[in-house]
Design a protein around this ligand. Structure first.
Ligand SMILES: Cc1ncc(COP(=O)(O)O)c(C=O)c1O
Length: 388
């Protein structure tokens, strides 16, 4: 079936955080919302059908998780990425971030160091600091217009002692899809200094062209044993509101501890809709995903071309993955606060703006919306910059 990603869907009837939280977050609600990471597209028909079928049963009691649930993820990863996952390594979580919070609380102690690579997804900063762990930043560096990991800096910081490393693969917000070689260098440093890798791979299906997603834990037995991987169809298939993800543990003891925590907090079950939606995504989502990726790539190219042609003061990076355009606004010569005020009150687009010190002067534009909306946002951006 042919999907129409140009269709404008009314998310105002959708209790959508992206729209309904504009006022509290940005101080006004007349902005084009391009901040939080979800999509304005309807999900794949097989997923909608699975949810409708479940809803029509009319009974929403507690659910048990059939074996086919984790198996569907195993089959998807095997088919798409050649990773021989096993259901017995998997555990449920109400989200990647809730899962990572449990890892912090259970597998590290207060004041332990956790390394992140800024600019990076804002929750990585918050969940470390909110739990009284020490944040250690290994900044990404820009080499020939492309973000890379700084291994020398990482080694220095690893040597000083750290408990965990949060990997974002593909990387939000800079759009890098880390190569196998890059991941090996990183994984070797973490092994050498006894640092566990938490691989957040939630954006893994959103990869363009010849770029190739490599599951970190699939690289070697040692990397697998030294890692926990977080996956979910929630970004790729726009299911974040169903609140479920899958954690893949390389350490059996940690898996048992984690499952015990779910048990004693009574949070071990999926809700009835995430159960059927996840399985439908992994089993029947491929056709929709193929069309989605083509459309998203078209949007990302559109942003690049438009900016090059019409807003020469801005610079874009070509994302290898994710649905974010990462836009360098440093030539506007504004402080972080000035840039935020300008984007909110003059441009009137709600961009993502909070990814650490290294993100100052940049904005993240979520292009997972109809191209006409992307165009409107770019016109607003150009008009406001022309007036400066
Ligand atoms: C890299 C990354 N990890 C995790 C999340 C959030 O995942 P969840 O809603 O499952 O907690 C996001 C959402 O934007 C993200 O970009």
């Amino acid at each position: 079936m042919k999907y129409n990603f140009d269709e404008i869907n009314n998310r105002k009837v959708n209790f959508s955080a992206k729209y309904d939280e504009l006022k509290p977050k940005f101080g006004r609600d007349d902005l084009i919302p391009m901040w939080i990471a979800d999509m304005d597209f309807k999900t794949a028909k097989p997923i909608i059908d699975a949810i409708i079928n479940r809803a029509e049963q009319g009974i929403f009691g507690y659910v048990s998780r059939p074996d086919s649930y984790f198996e569907s993820a195993c089959e998807w990863y095997k088919k798409k990425y050649g990773w021989n996952l096993k259901s017995e390594w998997m555990a449920h979580s109400h989200g990647v971030i809730p899962g990572m919070v449990m890892m912090i609380k259970e597998f590290t102690k207060p004041k332990d160091k956790i390394i992140i690579q800024s600019p990076v997804y804002n929750e990585f900063f918050d969940i470390v600091e909110d739990h009284d762990r020490e944040l250690v930043v290994n900044p990404l560096k820009i080499v020939n217009g492309r973000y890379e990991m700084d291994y020398d800096d990482l080694e220095q910081k690893a040597k000083a002692g750290a408990k965990m490393f949060f990997l974002c693969n593909p990387h939000n917000p800079v759009g890098r899809v880390w190569t196998k070689e890059e991941l090996i260098k990183l994984g070797d440093i973490c092994l050498k200094y006894g640092i566990q890798v938490i691989a957040d791979e939630i954006h893994c299906e959103l990869v363009y062209g010849n770029n190739k997603y490599t599951p970190f834990a699939s690289i070697s037995e040692e990397f697998f044993e030294n890692s926990i991987t977080c996956i979910s169809p929630s970004k790729t298939f726009n299911l974040a509101g169903l609140q479920s993800s899958i954690l893949i543990f390389g350490d059996k003891q940690q898996l048992e501890t984690y499952n015990h925590l779910l048990q004693i907090q009574d949070i071990k079950r999926n809700n009835c809709f995430s159960l059927v939606a996840t399985e439908a995504a992994y089993r029947y989502g491929e056709e929709w995903l193929k069309q989605l990726l083509e459309y998203l790539k078209g949007n990302l190219d559109f942003v690049n071309d438009y900016i090059k042609l019409n807003i020469p003061k801005l610079k874009t990076y070509t994302p290898e993955g994710t649905y974010f355009a990462w836009i360098d606004c440093k030539e506007l010569e504004m402080s972080a606060k000035e840039l935020e005020d300008f984007m909110n009150n003059e441009v009137k687009v709600a961009f993502g703006l909070w990814y650490g010190k290294e993100s100052e002067g940049y904005v993240r534009m979520n292009v997972a919306c109809p191209r006409s909306v992307v165009e409107q946002a770019l016109i607003r951006l150009k008009t406001a910059i022309d007036k400066l």
